[in-house]
Design a protein around this ligand. Sequence first.
Ligand code: FAD
Length: 393
Amino acid sequence: MTDVLVVGAGPAGAATAILLAERGLEVLVLDRAAFPRPKICGEYVSPEAARVLDRLGVLKALDAAGAVPLAGMRITAPDGRTIEARYRPVGPWRPYRDHALALPRETFDATLADRLRLAPVDFRERVRVTDVVVEDGRVTGVDAVGADGTTRRFTARLVVAADGRASVVAQKLGLRRAHRLQRMALVTYLGGLRDVADVGEIFVDPPDYVILNPVTPGRVNMSLVVPLADAARFSDRPETFFTARVKQLRHVARRVAGADITARIRALGPLAYRVAPPNVGGVLLVGDAAGFYDPFTGEGVFTALRSAELAADTAATALRAGDCSVTALAAYERTRRAIFAGKARLTHALQLAIRHRRLANFTARVLAGRPAMLDTLLGVIGDFVPPRALLSR
Ligand SMILES: Cc1cc2nc3c(=O)[nH]c(=O)nc-3n(C[C@H](O)[C@H](O)[C@H](O)COP(=O)(O)OP(=O)(O)OC[C@H]3O[C@@H](n4cnc5c(N)ncnc54)[C@H](O)[C@@H]3O)c2cc1C
């Protein structure tokens, strides 16, 4: 029996495993994939994520791998008004670095996986967890199928579910719930986009939005998010839907004119779902395994890394005390909710603007006339300014 079994070696799982191994705990990590592996994502990493990445010892490696620094964001409203802001100190809050990063998730996750391999961690790839073992009201392990097709049981004092949006652990424990926000993302790469600057670009055109992030010189991630019902009819022809939809988005169409789609369109939806806190002991859920709302404000990777820090704190305390009961582990859930509640409220509020053309235009007009408020908003989106700071603006 190992101390901690982490299911999934994406940002949440890799970070949790590294932080727990650093505390001298015995850690086993299982991932169904072999790294590098693909991941549908807008590929923006917020400035505050750099703090955790530095703590994990991978920030320099990510820079060396060609991560593109993004100094800010340019937002185009439905009426074509453009506002641009840069990451800069806001009152007492300063970004860990004055830029976000954009890089392919394949590179980002593989760099974290390389770091994991250097840690005193038993990291096994191509091992797919298929079930969760629950005994006497607590999770005691998982069943998993290896690359050779054989099923094995792994036991642990604590299981950390970091297995992403389709979390087997959350599903087997009956924690996953549908969300009423029904959206779908279509993601691809563009080549030959002109005038690429050092900013991410967002186009709000209700009910859709599009994000452009330059992930390598000459390669731009393009993510189109639309109501699920609109795209569902074209599920077997995502290319047809994508091309037709982009043509209808006037400002986006003009922006990407002349650029080439250089990768298959990958579609994912519904994007949002909820996950209830575990009602058994011996398990913590981190990153997307604990729920997901919408990629508009780009905090998924930061949330994965930050929730890993919080989970590692709670796990280390619980394991040291020899108590991994629901009550002992509830501290993590409380802290996680408290820390992310403000940003969650902001992302919900921004959804209103994404859905309503006039509100989106009004919001852009207000922000254009109030640079301090715009800086604060970008700081909140960049995860280094607490959302409450917006209220004082
Ligand atoms: C369209 C879209 C765009 C996004 N854009 C951004 C963005 O620009 N910036 C941002 O910060 N966030 C973005 N996000 C969110 C971000 O991608 C996620 O929040 C982040 O990847 C969560 O990390 P994770 O480690 O929890 O999960 P994942 O990165 O999904 O990792 C989960 C790991 O678990 C493994 N796994 C899964 N099932 C099993 C199993 N049964 N057994 C063993 N292993 C398993 C997988 O192989 C994987 O390696 C976006 C999300 C979507 C859907």
